[in-house]
Design a protein around this ligand. Sequence first.
Ligand code: ADP
Length: 489
Amino acid sequence: RKMSSSLFEHPEKTSYINGAWVPASSGKLFECLNPANGNPIGSVPDMDSKDTEVALAAAAEAFKTWQKTTAKERGVILRKWYDILEQKKDTLAKIITLESGKPIAESLGEVAYGNAFVDWFSEESRRINGEIIQSPIKEKQMLFVKQPIGVVSLITPWNFPYAMITRKAGAALAAGCTCVIKPAEDTPITALALAYYAHQAGIPKGVLNVVTCDRSNAPQIGKTLSTSPIVAGLSFTGSTEVGKLLYQQCSTGVKRIGLELGGNAPFIVFENADLNMATDGAIALKFRNCGQTCISANRFLIHEAVFDKFINMFADKMKKLVVGDGSKPGVNVGPLTNKAQFTKVSRILADAKEKGAKIVCGGKPASHLGELFFEPTLITGITPGMACYSEEIFGPLAICIPFKTEDEAVTIANSTRRGLAGYFYTSDISQAWRVARDLEVGMVGINESLITSAEAAFGGIKESGLGREGSSHGIEEYVYIKYLCFGNL
Ligand code: ADP
């Protein structure tokens, strides 16, 4: 049971509040485990609402000065943070793989993606422009200026432990807000590493704070982060269930809220699609992060004329995937990140099998590799009564459903309360426009499965969330419009 503390530059067993490395006020710690082998990788403070109050007070104090910095000053500091994060990308990727289990190549990809937000928002800060309006009255001049909303709470998940923080904190800091981050219990060390380099970059004390806790304290910290009078807004990425709870809690104080919740992405392959391109896209989308992304394809809808061919090609490519410890070179699919995920995927597959689904390949845990590994699995014979038909699978289990017409495919695709991403493959340009318009989702991949970047507006509709992250719209979540009316001119 080897500790990997040499990777961690920040002082051990502490979190980062008000520019200092501090233990939990209760003195409690909790252990982070490597999902590939169950070995402990480090201990972090198990903080509670009391620590959260301290962090919020620090953020409130820091807001007094941070909000008055110029956009350029904030941009320069964010850029320094970006430069350090780029220098440290290998270390950061190793930490991500240790905590989350994702293959090292994907962790490097996440660092690049995460850093792109810091880079992007370091520039966007200077483009938070206001407006001067044509006044209807001669003696009046009307202006809109944009101001930071204040202290924001950022609650993040374990599937992108790095990029989900930079996507939020980059925008918040660029806007002039200060923040308290609560990372997921599976991946707090990644958050602490980000804070460590933020400090090195000269981000002033109190501007960025991290409150770590185990799952049992998440509800009380979540309550404080959504109801404290200090908090102006909350941004959350995670499950729909917790998102709804936070939305409710935020309503008591009418807080600004941004939610990036679960998806149930359709992946439609039309009769005229390039099947090689489509199956490559399907592999990338379904097995990235072991299927644990909210924009993963959840339902493969395949035109009946190409169904068998698609299944064969998809299964052949699936069999070539190397499952294993993500820190080993050449591995494509790591373990599921935690026991809850493993149990969920096992339950969804067992339910489908019981109700008559057919296994094309895979179909069981890869137990010889460790407790949390699962074989890339493809099933057909899906019926609407199966859990896999409606639930977000979040694992390496692909389900394929045949359809006859475009209308039928779109109807199935939209038959969910979720609406995050949707994908389809076609070579018919009219069909591309029609289907892109008709899919009830916030993001559409057309003959493309990898759609994210700092420049893209990420977000969902329906129960998948509120607001957009990344792009120039990402800043809007953290500013409000103040209308100024100069009179009696
Ligand atoms: P998942 O099911 O993928 O773990 P969650 O929504 O449960 O997704 O977790 C996302 C984040 O929400 C994590 O940081 C987790 O600790 C946090 N969280 C869980 N429960 C609560 C809660 N009641 N209030 C606030 N945050 C919570």
